[in-house]
Design a protein around this ligand. Structure first.
Ligand SMILES: [Zn+2]
Length: 145
């Protein structure tokens, strides 16, 4: 590993301080790490129109993608006061897009819990499924031809 899981969780804790969660009061921080060790963070951003709120994990993904990163080795996620905050279903799908083999690091009392994303989203839908319905190549592969 190019990172220490505890360090990645610490980055998520730091990011959580920037959460905008005036409605739920449930602040969440997330930190992603690339295979090269670059770290990108995100925090949940709520809205008075609740459905427009965005989870910390997706903010972190979009932050990283906007900086040119496409692959991630792991994500750490923490809720308020070190409470566990499992990625929601939507975030699991978005995380899968950029790192189906990534590890998910969560606080677990005084310990860490590390779970493969594949265990949280088994038999996930992905680009390969779309490719099966087209000319056999994922969209990014077709663009490269
Ligand atoms: Zn989510």
């Amino acid at each position: 590993m190019t990172f220490e899981p505890a360090d990645l969780l610490a980055a998520a804790v730091t990011a959580r301080a920037l959460a905008y969660a005036p409605y739920s009061g449930f602040s969440v921080g997330a930190a992603l790490v690339t295979p090269e060790g670059r770290v990108f963070t995100g925090e949940n951003v709520e809205n008075a129109s609740y459905g427009l709120s965005m989870c910390a994990e997706r903010v972190a993904i979009y932050n990283a993608v906007s900086h040119g990163e496409r692959r991630f080795a792991a994500v750490a996620v923490t809720g308020p006061d070190g409470l566990r905050a499992m990625p929601c279903g939507a975030c699991r799908q978005v995380l899968h897009e950029f790192g189906p083999a990534m590890q998910v690091i969560l606080p677990d009392g005084d310990h860490l819990r590390i779970v493969p994303l594949s265990a949280l989203l088994p038999e996930a839908f992905g680009g390969g499924d779309l490719a099966a319905a087209s000319n056999g190549a994922a969209p990014a592969q077709r663009e490269a031809r």
